[in-house]
Design a protein around this ligand. Structure first.
Ligand code: HEC
Length: 120
């Protein structure tokens, strides 16, 4: 007599398990999401896409750049640095940071070439 409610309960339990499993996955996604949101909120005004901003730079270099130029706090700078890198490496595969010859030419205060900022 009670087989139908029992089945329903079993299904509900399965559903809960599925939700919990999904939540475990969603934590990683959420990290990327909050960095993506940081970008959308604070950077997308001028940079329409996060792609191509990392330019194969090392995480620390990017981190310093973001902290110096945008002073968004160490945590968000780190998150944004990783985000920019992940977006970039997804697009282009392995970065070639070590193979840059231009490093020796200018030193620390080399003039930066104007970056193509996609305006409107
Ligand atoms: C007010 C407009 C503006 C906003 C907002 C802005 N940027 Fe920029 N950003 C620029 C300009 C202009 C440049 C190019 C000049 C330069 O390289 O210093 C630049 C350069 C960069 C570079 C270096 C790119 C390169 O070609 O070397 C990175 C990385 C970067 N921005 C990331 C960010 C991030 C992350 C945010 C959000 C926290 C952000 N920007 C917000 C205008 C902006």
């Amino acid at each position: 007599m009670t087989s139908l409610p029992q089945l329903g309960r079993a299904l509900a339990a399965l559903g809960i398990v599925a939700v919990l499993t999904g939540t475990a996955d969603a934590q990683n996604l959420d990290q990327g999401k909050s960095a993506a949101k940081l970008f959308t909120d604070g950077c997308a005004t001028c940079h329409r896409s996060p792609r191509g901003l990392a330019k194969g730079r090392m995480n620390l270099t990017l981190y310093w750049f973001l902290k110096e130029h945008y002073s968004s706090g160490p945590d968000s700078a780190q998150a944004l640095a990783s985000y920019l890198q992940s977006v970039d490496s997804n697009q282009r595969g392995p970065s070639r940071t070590a193979a840059k010859p231009s490093r020796a030419a200018g030193g620390a205060s080399r003039p930066r070439p104007p970056a193509p900022v996609p305006g409107r």
